[in-house]
Design a protein around this ligand. Sequence first.
Ligand code: ASP
Ligand code: MG
Length: 242
Amino acid sequence: MTLIVQKYGGSSVADSERIKNVAQRVAKVKERGEQVVVVVSAMGNTTDELIKLAYQVTNQPDERELDSFLSTGEIISSKLMVIALKSLGCKAISLSGAQAGIKTDTTYGQARIIAVAPQRILKELKQEKIVIVAGFQGITKRGDITTLGRGGSDVTAVALAIALGAQICEIYTDVEGIYTADPRIVPEARKSKQIGYEEMLEMASSGSKVIHPRAVKLGWVYRMPILIASSFNDNPGTIIHS
Ligand code: ASP
Ligand code: MG
């Protein structure tokens, strides 16, 4: 049995219809006989809204509390995803980053993953469950919740894929893959079937918002193939590999 880690970004889980759409996609993968771990981002612009709220209260929010506060966006989407999966008759469970074993340093707002302890996920997979993990967050040695920086759910997904020995890390988003140029600006831009880690890292670091640069770096170091594809159709995406 192979294990796949999938990640769905904010636009893919922006409302209840989209959550149901993702639940159906995930259920299909499970029906194929695959083990699935799914990392979700917060719904739509939730994180922006939460940041706005905190800064309406004070222009210097306490950093520990701010990270815990921001982590709740992904908590909401992960629970709602499991509610949707269970309504389809799937066995599933949601885990926070901390419950999923994402250990980080103490750099609030920009924490780095220092280890992944995947025992709980493995236990749930053994019981045939689909495991939904709240992205973008982890826990320090002292037990405080941290966040991984904007767009950090990509990092959660690749780190989990590596720790679990997944076959591939699939990142589903609102674009169909990596293009030779921005298709909104350059009409003749083509979608690449594949791209190397180094080239992808360059693009990610110079402002392409499709994937977090740290996720590409991690994938590169551990040679984890990463697929970028759309959650809105079944068109083939772009594979990042060596
Ligand atoms: N929700 C977080 C953000 O908006 C993390 C993510 O989307 O990956 O930055
Ligand atoms: Mg994102």
